[in-house]
Design a protein around this ligand. Structure first.
Ligand SMILES: [Zn+2]
Ligand SMILES: [Zn+2]
Length: 295
């Protein structure tokens, strides 16, 4: 069985306050437990609370963790300096992420703890931290973790983790390649085959997942103003989830401007789209603290 818990569901910047109490204000962090393995996807501000919970749960027992970073934009790494298990010498933390364009993943990840930004250096955290650049399939016990490059202004990875029975895909901060072309009103011709083909590859990456954690940061109307920013409108996220026959779609990386009430309307729209496309995907907006069990 896999157990998925959402510790941070917000995109871009943390948004505490009354209007975001239900779905939460912490930025990206998702925990996946499968057997004795613990995987974490992204280290946004939500990872702080996960860390506190782990210290309580494991007390003085050593922890072995695998932290997968999608990319190094602030909202995906900013919680790591506040992840207390990383300060305990008995713990082992593997951190995985994409290579940077001209810097290594290790140096970018460490960069946020440079003394100009933060008082403690990564090297001064006392746990055993090993940083890996993701270049091939990763095996952790009986789990298989595959990766896929998303369409975002930084090199960004989506991850697909499977225990042979259940599959979870974590793929946030992604813009459909087709978006700008369809909206431009251009006729479909050979020139746009490449974007369509790239989107089809993404759909293949999602294929038959039990849970797809995906972003739909914008409504379709908002997306018109924000093309090229590396995020998705609701319509394509839902359509791709249906095309890929995913069982569940968790809307994730909620826009800082979207209140709880607004997100509820977006979920209703998403469910309407699933029906329109004749799909069976169960759709919900991920909520901080929520756990989803996969059989
Ligand atoms: Zn983000
Ligand atoms: Zn980003």
């Amino acid at each position: 069985m896999m157990r998925v818990t959402f510790w941070g569901t917000r995109g871009s910047i943390a948004t505490p306050g009354r209007a975001t109490m239900k779905y939460g204000g912490n930025t990206s962090c998702v925990e996946v437990r499968a057997g004795k393995e613990i995987l974490i996807f992204d280290a946004g501000t939500g990872i702080r609370i996960l860390g506190l919970k782990m210290l309580k749960e494991f007390s003085s027992r050593p922890l072995s963790l695998h932290l997968f970073i999608s990319h190094t934009h602030w909202d995906h790494i900013q919680g790591f300096p506040f992840f207390l298990p990383a300060y305990e010498a008995r713990n082992k933390i593997h951190v995985y992420g994409p290579p940077g364009r001209d810097k290594s993943f290790d140096s970018i990840f460490r960069g946020q703890m440079d003394s100009d930004y933060f008082p403690v250096d990564l090297g001064d955290m006392s746990s055993n931290i090993e940083v890996h650049e993701v270049r091939k399939r990763i095996m952790i016990g009986n789990l298989v973790v595959d990766h896929f490059y998303l369409n975002h202004p930084a090199l960004t990875l989506g991850y697909r983790v499977s225990d042979g029975k259940s599959t979870v895909v974590y793929a946030t901060d992604n813009e459909p390649y087709e978006g700008s072309i369809h909206a431009s009103g251009k006729k479909i011709d050979k020139q746009i085959d490449l974007p369509v083909m790239l989107d089809e590859r993404f759909v293949d990456f999602l294929r038959d997942a039990d849970l797809y954690i995906g972003e739909a940061q914008y409504t379709n109307e908002e997306y018109e103003e924000k093309k090229g920013w590396g995020h998705s409108p609701l319509e394509t996220t839902v359509r791709f989830a249906v095309q890929a026959n995913t069982k569940q779609l968790a809307l994730f990386h909620h826009d800082p401007q979207h209140t709880d009430a607004f997100l509820e309307r977006m979920v209703n729209q998403a469910r309407g789209l699933v029906r329109m496309y004749g799909g069976k995907t169960k759709c919900f907006a991920s909520r901080e603290g929520q756990t989803v069990n996969l059989p």
